[in-house]
Design a protein around this ligand. Sequence first.
Ligand SMILES: O=C(O)c1ccccc1N[C@@H]1O[C@H](COP(=O)(O)O)[C@@H](O)[C@H]1O
Length: 232
Amino acid sequence: MVKTQIYSIVNYNEAVQVMDAGADHIGLVPMQTGGIPAHRVPYDVIDKIYAEAKRRGVKTISIMLNKDVEEMFFIIKRLNPDIVHIAGMDYTADQAFADRLHKECPGTELMQAVLVDGPGALERAKEYAKYCDYLLTDTGLAVDTGIGASGKTHDWNIDREIVETVSIPVIIAGGLGPDNVEECIEKIRPYGVDSLSKTSTKFRDGVIEKDIPKVKEFCEKAHAMSEKLNLS
Ligand SMILES: O=C(O)c1ccccc1N[C@@H]1O[C@H](COP(=O)(O)O)[C@@H](O)[C@H]1O
């Protein structure tokens, strides 16, 4: 079954509703330095969200949008997510980061964002796949933070090539919502599909809230399409 990954959770009640709606992975932005502090979540709130997710078997993800490796390790050790998602525009995980993560944080897997901005993305994906546990292909650069949150799709032919080339799970992100998730799965046949903007309501002050009916529609369509295509 293709995994559904839902970003960006901001509080406990929302996390519960998103999991009830069918999310297999939930992602959020822990408090951290650098960039724009939009919808960052305090650690005590994350503890409660992750405990409930772990009880349900839903995978928990912390995104890193900063470039300070020591701060990232502090956050990973404090929160113990199932997956750390490296997406900051000024830092890319390397072999040394992966080795340290697997040694110091054995319960946490590594997911590196791949900016799909042209055919060069395939070469980057092949390199990251040597030491990462997952890749997440995404569209653009968010203002002053990192790869993603664009609400825009990119050239899915490149994602398909990445999925067919690397031997680790690939999650597709960038402008996915209930309107295009089936087409995305049919074309790329990825391990997972990710959604932020199109399953959220964004308010003018930068506050963001999940739109639960849209999350449910996204998850149902993704799961139904993976059953139709017999994707394990
Ligand atoms: O989650 C965020 O706030 C975030 C901030 C900066 C960069 C990336 C971020 N999230 C990742 O971007 C994808 C795609 O977003 P969208 O659906 O295109 O709006 C999101 O799901 C996270 O993986």
